[in-house]
Design a protein around this ligand. Sequence first.
Ligand code: 5AD
Ligand code: SF4
Length: 433
Amino acid sequence: MKYYITTMGCQLNENDSEKLSGIVEKMGYEKTESLAEADLVIYNTCCVRENAEERLFGKLGELKKQKEEKGTIIAIGGCMMQEPHILEKMKQSYNYTDIIFGTHTLHKFEEDLKKVLEERKKVRDVIDIDGEVIEGLPISRNDKYKASVTIMYGCNNFCSYCIVPYVRGRERSRQPEKILNEIKSLATQGYKEITLLGQNVNSYDGGNDYKFANLLDDVCKINGIERIRFISPHPKDFTDDVIEAISKNDKISKIIHLPLQAGSTRVLKEMNRKYTKEQYLQLVEKMKNKIPNVLFSTDIIVGFPGETEEDFEDTLDVVRKVNFEQIFMFIYSRRIGTVADKMPNQIPEEIKHNRFERLKELYDSKVSINNQKYIGTTQKILVDGYSKNDASILTGRTDSNKVVNFQGTEDLVGKMINIKITEEHKWYLKGEI
Ligand code: 5AD
Ligand code: SF4
């Protein structure tokens, strides 16, 4: 029996899909990259932006034929299924799907699938209460040297544009020992890089005053783990103890993802972000002073309701001042059920796209200039494998997550090695051992 899985959205969803893969592989399914030969098709959906709905419904139409021809089992789950209007549409128009599951019932997938296989039942397993933190699910990881570890679930922030708190529920943190044991086990399996995941990762609360900084310190003590990343922190929770943990631990990556969302204090207030433009810039300054060679990446939304030309200029101003290493740019997308969706002053598509292009131009114009600082330096690279475009070239990433290509032999894959950077090519660097 073969299964095919598609994941939309963020790394948390990817990590959920690794667990779904673990569950079905334990039941005897083998992974396939070919949809046509799959006996079980799983879609793990996202609803953060865009109209991914249309894409999903299009795909479901195609899958109906495959199901009619060979009885393929269809399982659709994840964030989108937690949206009432989508769930309703699934039940109305796509009722031939076998399993519909939400974000709080992932651990029941084996049970749900068995009901379909053994009792020929349709399963609708979406609940609206925050699931407990479930430990010990099997997991089939996508990578051999880098692993993601979810440390907390949910979000309490209710940024006015964001659907996440509605579909992922309130914040729940895993117990420190469970997280540390998982990472120790990854280290013994040869994993070198760990990314700690949470919708609001730095509000992690392990109980008994054990906070995110404590967790960072303890993960750094695990032998074999050489690089630690975390996403996504919220600027308002970036406490001094976390800054100190980053600055004193060599293993923690010195590129900090610090979602800005908007540069205008007025827009930030409307977004319910709980910091001003000045506070954000002060935080950046503080980190630059305390963490040698720190770099920043960020998320920015353009075209939030009511965003004026002046507000947008504030965003550009912060981009110029901080000089981000990487920017993830998004056009504001209305999400049903959120506060911002009900705001009257929505921005016309044309203006949103125009601002997006201007932000992109500003960012693009800085990439090569920013890359110059790498030339002639020695960078620690975790070697990922051979380049997709050239099978004779190895590729890996710097601490700051830049792609580096270089000539080398297969035995280097999965190792941390030093590479001298010789050239920059905008989206990647070239170097030599
Ligand atoms: N529209 C556009 N971008 C959004 N994001 C979250 N919600 C929306 C939305 N409604 C972006 C934010 C967040 C990232 C994961 O997705 O920038 O940090
Ligand atoms: Fe969404 Fe804000 Fe929570 Fe991030 S912090 S998941 S943007 S509500």
